[in-house]
Write a protein that binds this ligand. Structure first.
Ligand code: MN
Length: 129
């Protein structure tokens, strides 16, 4: 059980992610844009952030850069939620400071497996990153 922040502007994707995370026993906080997400990340100190890349205004990669430059949020892992899955996108996402990514449309098995790698207690993680 972890507190997880989902930054996602698409209501259907947010609803699905929230449902899957809550079903797995997690506490979910959400924000519809990067600015609200940054404020929540600083204030609520979630254990993990799921960050949509395409957001109105500041995009998810820019927001991740902000999080990683801020000492208050630098240590929080960020998983990008992305419809981009072309060659080169993974490098771009990781270069922006994201710790991993999940491709949309969301596949519930790989979604929960990826989230699990970032929320498992230390020492219990046997899977390669
Ligand atoms: Mn979006």
């Amino acid at each position: 059980m972890a507190r997880i922040l989902v930054v996602e502007d698409n209501p259907a994707n947010l609803k699905l992610a929230t449902f899957l995370l809550e079903s797995a026993g997690h506490e979910v906080l959400s924000a519809p844009d990067a600015e609200a997400g940054l404020a929540l990340a600083r204030g609520a100190q979630p254990a993990l952030i799921l960050m949509d890349i395409q957001l109105p205004g500041m995009d998810g990669l820019e927001a991740t850069g902000e999080l990683k430059r801020d000492g208050a949020t630098r240590g929080i892992p960020v998983i990008a939620l992305t419809a981009l899955a072309m060659k080169g996108d993974e490098e771009r996402i990781l270069a922006a400071g994201c710790d991993g990514y999940i491709a949309k449309p969301i596949d519930y098995r790989s979604f929960l497996a990826t989230v699990g790698r970032f929320t498992a207690p230390r020492g219990a993680d046997q899977s390669p990153r």
